[in-house]
Design a protein around this ligand. Structure first.
Ligand SMILES: C[C@H](c1ccccc1)n1cc(-c2ncnc(N)c2C#N)cn1
Length: 292
């Protein structure tokens, strides 16, 4: 589908278009990635559900942003975008946002030890400059949420974990402190809401920018694509935790014999349907709203 806007950034499952000098359009696709590979089979409604979830989170987090003198970048979504020339089939999975000066830091908050965090911890007892107690394992809940920033890697590369000193070098001491405080406050609020919904928010990645000197929360927010969502009922430290949304896909890929190097296989209809249902369930449990 061609949009009357210039494509300015392309991610695995999302695109960014320039609407005008001050506004961008973030379009979420129905593509799903697993093991860092974009799979050939789309998940119907994934883009719309995750966009609706981000929009809901922006509403929930607005008070926390205000407490920190910050804002968010969302301007509009859904039918309001039709007047901007966005085709109807994209409007529900698009967000019109303020164009920001994006900060060169991935602001990661972790409440649990997982993934790259576990590997770093096993090597040094810390995540870069964030010391952690001994005896933690994959899936352990941390004594308190921690700020573990990373660099923004080039497309196809992995983000590299950095220390707070490197954030200071990149954005200055005052802004670095503000990023850490705000990242942790947003994570705590998100984790609290998720816990009430039976979901463990293990970790998440925020992206911030500035507009007229004000810190602004950008990108997507607290979605299963930017965060690790675990079903609380199955949480059991000591092994990789089942993903709330991608476990059916991961398990099928494992049983399919895919070698993770050759092109990924098409997903069976049943796996696609079950995965779509997981996204809808996450939205309904978190927001208390019916997807239909
Ligand atoms: C990394 C991310 C991305 C998203 C989707 C697909 C590929 C990349 N991105 C965010 C911006 C961006 N730039 C200026 N103002 C903004 N409000 C935003 C946002 N959000 C540019 N790229």
């Amino acid at each position: 589908m061609t949009l009357p806007f210039e494509l300015v950034a392309q991610g695995k499952v999302r695109e960014v278009y320039a609407v005008d000098d001050d506004r961008l359009l973030l379009v979420a696709s129905d593509r799903i990635s697993a093991y860092d590979v974009v799979l050939p089979t789309p998940v119907p409604d994934k883009g719309r559900v995750l966009t609706a979830l981000s929009v809901w989170w922006f509403e929930q987090l607005a008070p926390v942003l205000a407490e920190h003198g910050a804002e968010h970048h969302l301007l509009a979504t859904g039918d309001a975008l039709l007047a901007e020339g966005v085709p109807a089939e994209l409007a529900g999975r698009s967000m019109l946002v303020r164009r920001l000066e994006m900060l060169p830091v991935e602001c990661v908050a972790r409440g649990y030890l997982s993934g790259s965090g576990t590997h770093l911890y096993q090597r040094s007892g810390a995540i870069v400059d964030v010391a952690l107690p001994a005896g933690l394992v994959e899936g352990s809940r941390l004594p308190e949420p921690v700020f573990t920033p990373s660099t923004k890697a080039e497309v196809g590369e992995h983000d590299e974990a950095i220390g707070f000193a490197q954030v200071v070098d990149a954005v200055g001491a005052e802004r670095a402190e503000a990023l850490r405080a705000l990242t942790l406050a947003l994570y705590r609020r998100g984790a609290e809401i998720a816990e009430d919904a039976g979901i463990v928010l293990a970790d998440t990645k925020f992206e911030f920018g500035t507009a007229d000197g004000t810190l602004v929360l950008g990108d997507e927010v607290l979605t299963p694509d930017s965060s690790r969502f675990w079903p609380a009922i199955t949480w059991s430290p000591g092994a990789p935790q089942p993903s709330f949304d991608k476990q059916y896909v991961r398990d099928w890929l494992t049983t399919s014999g895919w070698d993770r190097v050759s092109p990924a296989p098409e997903l069976p209809e049943a796996v696609v349907a079950a995965t779509r249902e997981r996204y809808v369930t996450a939205y309904e449990k978190l927001t208390g709203r019916s997807w239909s």
